[in-house]
Design a protein around this ligand. Sequence first.
Ligand code: ADP
Ligand code: MG
Length: 288
Amino acid sequence: MAFIEVKNLSYAYGGEGDSPVYALNNLSFEIEKGEYVAILGHNGSGKSTFAKLLTMVIDDYDYLSGNIYVDGVDILSEDISEDEIFELRKRVGMVFQNPDNQLVATVVEEDVAFGPENLGIERSEIRRRVDEALQTVGMTKYAKHEPHRLSGGQKQRVAIAGIIAMMPECMIFDESTAMLDPMGRREVISTVEKLNRESGITTINITHYMDEAARADRIIVFNNGSVILKGTPKEVFAQSEIMRAAGLDLPQCIDLAEKLKKNGVALKGDITNPYQCAEAVAAALKDK
Ligand code: ADP
Ligand code: MG
């Protein structure tokens, strides 16, 4: 069984007396341990609802069917115990969109310590984890700083350090780079990739940015609460008509390759990122 297994998951928000608002419609997919998966989908397609169910932030299960298994445990089961919920919350961490809403303390290192303190971890171990987490996100020299004086990218890295300090096996980022400037976004994405590649943390990145998605191992595309595409970036971006019909862009280099093709220049090979695109363009020029 995969590390995360989503099976026929449907969910609606129950309005008081109103009719339910359907958010997820019969989703099924799997995420393997250590994988880096990007989730794409236009606004309202159910991405955050999925993230909240996975991290057990939602607990109104009036209109829920199907399952999410994490390492074989059915986390949405009615029989799940408080102890199991506590354990699962440690295993899957979530980073939200707005860094300001995630920072709670007045000093960076206290903020990072907040999560492990809540887990009842011993002081010396907390110290070790805070130092290591700040190091991982490249924020060691800001340990004594006030979070509110940091840039957006730095704040988001502190928020990530706060989750890493709880040592999760899986992290889900819900548009965590959406409010950042290009530099902040680069800082955060390289931190996310480092966590995945070097620490082996299973990573789910919900994003609007195609260049981020292009770097994932696999992409899952949501549309109106359903999964409409899944596969490697190359496979998913090859379905340009389905992507566009779902209101999604393609990475710029794929867009460029399509336009070149219409102008009689067909690029060869893989062109999901700018480096590959540059090579393919150079090769096409030499052939002329
Ligand atoms: P996404 O993250 O892809 O933008 P969401 O999961 O936030 O999508 O939303 C999916 C659907 O659920 C939308 O129709 C949205 O309006 C609805 N929805 C989201 N949160 C709530 C809520 N708390 N109460 C009622 N409906 C909601
Ligand atoms: Mg959302």
